[in-house]
Design a protein around this ligand. Sequence first.
Ligand code: HEM
Length: 409
Amino acid sequence: MTMADENLDDVLLIERERWPDGPPHELFRRMRSECPVHWTSRVPEFPESAGFWSITTADDVYTVSRDWRTYSSERGGIVAVTAGFPLELMRAMFIGMDPPKHDRIKALFQAGFTPKRIAGHEAEIRRIVVDVLDRLEGHESCDLVVDVGQAAVSRVIGSFMGIPPEDDAIWAEMMNATLGASDPDLNPDGVQGAIEKTVPEIFERCSKMIAERRENPTDDLTSVLVHAEINGEKLEEHEIVMGFFLLVAAGNDSTKATYASGMRALLENPDQLQLLLDDPSLIPSAVEESLRMFPAFAHFRRTAACDTELNGQEIKEGEKVVMWYVSSNRDATRYEDPDRFDVTRNPEHQAFGAGGRHFCLGTALARLELKILFDETLARYPEMRLDGRPEFVESAFLNQLKTLPVRLG
Ligand code: HEM
């Protein structure tokens, strides 16, 4: 049987073999047109984990994203398969909270991430990226994921949080193992191992940094969290720890994913690469197109807080509702020829979420980092080419490459 005549009712969307090389775009295309709110009845690797609804069109993702009363982030976790990750930890991050708790903490974090504050870091971010590229001098080839993307974004978020540069690699490794827990290369200890070993180590290191900032305040974001007050109240210790965790995790991961996928698309589409080389002012548009086609997170999830109905489909209270950005960003009702990578498109998209309370906090930072990463990489290595097979992280949550081998010149 080919995929074209497979009965969608029988499809278990996140079966591993469906994602050998990233998201199953053809399957998502069928779902959008034939069964836009689709039920996956069980999760093969985690039989105890109940099934979930898949939301695949841009309109429906928009609806779910903006209705936190019906679709809760707090009730059941924020990813399709929580795989034993303790719910109380997810709920201690503001990405796993509903209003009013969420609003209170997010407001505090937002103060550190205004577009103006981020723009103030432009020179520093460029210096970090240039420094990372300088380290490639004398090399003929490299892995753009590890040697450029990871190295640059770890230092950027590290500098915001006050992490010393010599600790960047260990933080990146711990975050990759936790977020990419299903990939044996990123996390050799298995999902349970990550929960029992890596997560406690992360917390220990967070707590240590927090204790240091209590003693000796600095001007980094960790200090801001430790000393912040909302309506005269300080954040609780676990809120600071989980806030720190959320920022370091988000900062380490997503931006490098979009950088690597965007660079791959450019190297595979030399005509598009040439457009950017001829006219670097197209880079911000290429960044948006990379975000659209390769959203760093394949999905985030909500849980129905009451019985409801979406696009003609009944959804029962307590059921999981998964918003697939990898699908909604290629919805043909929004984009002409959605699978074509077009650096002049400058699209709107849902890579940062589709609005509503949980819209990404890091958009200004991510956009600036991506612009500088593309700018500097292309200016220095206009002759770069692919040099081996890029490989995806094994995950239905992280939509990212774990390796992208290139020849530099
Ligand atoms: C290409 C880069 C990035 C992408 C594609 C991305 C994507 C997303 C998405 C889809 C959400 C929404 C989750 C939901 O609706 O439940 C989100 C939330 C969030 N992102 Fe990002 N992100 C990126 C970069 C960053 C960076 C650099 C930071 C900060 C250092 C960051 C911090 C956050 C935080 C704190 C939230 C939670 C917001 C909330 O719950 O109110 N992100 N991100």
